[in-house]
Write a protein that binds this ligand. Structure first.
Ligand code: SER
Length: 469
């Protein structure tokens, strides 16, 4: 939804008192607020590269657990009630399978005024799942994840009861960042934007530090009805603090996965016999702020840029980085699987079960690339132990998680065996007819009848010399 933000939308006392000025990014054209009169770009990726790698702008180095605690206690100290996270499987919603932001917990019933919120204002660190950036999980060094925790500080303002709004929201954010974590105030930019999600919308600012967007502070004033923005009587403060990104920023590690997964990631590297060159990863990571992989072409372009910087040729570089990025994605996907299966999702061909199956298959393919498919369940078990203290349901459901994934893995192996034969036969028939493009109808048919996902078919058919779009 392309909505123009009014010039005075963020003319708040906090910005005025602290001499923030409104500027326009010379690259993307967005308006942003900064204390630095010289600033010319908004500070967000892809306009800026990461400058925090091996150079964290915070005075504290925090683990994910410490960052979550610091975030929750800061807001508690500031009058918010800490609530427990909701499930990730969004069974109360008709429009989504998984919670993709902390505000999803309260949509639509609280945001529509059907029921009151559990506390007001409240704060939560909510595990979330997003599938829209799958191809970027790994290549962007940790900016994109399937599973992450969103720190949500929320206030629900009713016509007869106001809690707080823009000024206080941005003040809280800035205080947490600069006073609690010691980031230099002039290094923070607030980029204007318009957020839409879960049937609501409103203007927001995206807070960026050192090239990384770390939070989104949304002021939900609209409900979306038949694609129209209708002003809602309830005005909701919807903030999302990316707890993993904040953790990464505080550590300045060569990837976000290093900051989040630490010993698990090392174990995956060890299983796969990978000994990453930290210097190379740091160079590549710094540039990945500019990266957004939407196609193979983007990936090659990105590789070429890093190659130029490091003096390697891009094909060589690709050979080094691809397995490392696969290890990153494995760390992310196996955590996501442990969480959703602990909540009762069973891999299948429909709804959330389909997404679970997709994750198993993606993970399995990457494990295969690293030659460690036999370690799938060991890695899942590591995730259960690692996160189980903070999310006890994982430990309670340990046996079920492992059993379900073992069964799914076996099914997948059988499917691939059969599928390879079928795709080979189809490819031979096509080639005999001088057709060198694999028809899309076949992809659909193979999925419906054999449960073979297009990515696998593509892999096999391409080996047979066919083009798959
Ligand atoms: N809902 C907003 C987001 O997802 C802020 O939490 O970014």
């Amino acid at each position: 939804m392309n909505v123009k933000i009014r010039e005075d939308e963020f003319l708040i006392p906090f910005f005025k008192e602290n001499e923030f000025i409104r500027k326009q990014c010379k690259i993307c054209g967005s308006y942003f607020w900064t204390q630095n009169p010289e600033a010319e770009i908004c500070g967000d990726s892809p306009c800026q590269n990461y400058t925090f790698i091996n150079n964290p702008p915070t005075k504290k180095h925090l683990s994910l657990r410490e960052m979550r605690q610091l975030f929750l206690s800061f807001f508690e100290k500031n009058g918010h009630e800490v609530i427990k996270p909701y499930p990730i499987v969004a069974r109360w919603r008709e429009d989504v399978y998984f919670v993709g932001a902390s505000i999803f917990n309260f949509q639509p019933y609280v945001t529509d005024g059907v029921i009151p919120p559990p506390a007001n204002p409240l704060v939560v660190s909510q595990p979330c799942l997003r599938f829209n950036d799958l191809d970027n999980v790994g290549p962007t060094a940790g900016r994109h994840l399937v599973i992450f925790e969103m720190g949500g500080a929320h206030a629900f303002n009713y016509p007869n009861k106001k809690v707080y709004w823009k000024d206080e929201t941005i003040r809280f954010h800035h205080e947490f960042l600069t006073k609690e974590l010691g980031v230099n105030s002039s290094a923070v930019t607030y980029k204007e934007h318009f957020w839409v999600g879960g049937g609501n919308a409103g203007p927001d600012v995206e807070a960026c530090v050192a090239g990384l967007e770390i939070s989104t502070l949304v002021f939900m004033v609209y409900k979306i009805i038949n694609e129209n923005l209708i002003e809602s009587p309830i005005k909701t403060v919807d903030t999302g603090y990316g707890i993993e990104r904040w953790t990464w920023l505080s550590q300045g590690t060569v990837s976000g996965f290093h900051a989040i997964y630490d010993s698990i990631l090392n174990k995956i590297f060890e299983y796969a016999g990978l000994k990453p060159d930290e210097k190379l990863l740091a160079e590549s990571s710094k540039l990945s702020g500019e990266m957004n992989i939407e196609s193979l072409k983007d990936k090659i372009e990105a590789r070429k840029k890093v190659a130029e910087k490091t003096g390697l040729n891009w094909v060589e570089l690709d050979k080094i980085l691809t397995p490392i990025e696969a290890a990153y994605a494995i760390a992310d996907h196996t955590k996501a699987l442990a969480f959703i299966i602990s909540e009762g999702v069973v891999p299948s061909n429909v709804e959330e079960g389909y997404l679970a199956r997709l994750l198993v298959r993606r993970t399995y393919r990457m494990l295969k690339l690293l030659g460690i498919e036999d370690k799938f369940l060991d890695i899942i078990d590591l995730q259960i132990s690692y996160w189980g203290n903070d999310f006890p349901n994982l430990k309670l459901m340990r046996n079920e998680i492992l059993e379900i994934l073992e069964a799914e893995k076996e099914k997948y192996e059988k499917t691939v065996e059969k599928g390879v034969e079928t795709v080979k036969k189809l490819s031979a028939n096509l080639k005999a007819k001088k057709i060198f493009e694999f028809p899309i109808e076949y992809l659909i048919e193979l999925y419906d009848s054999h449960g073979l996902i297009p990515e696998i078919v593509k892999e096999i058919a391409e080996k047979e010399g066919l083009q798959v779009l």
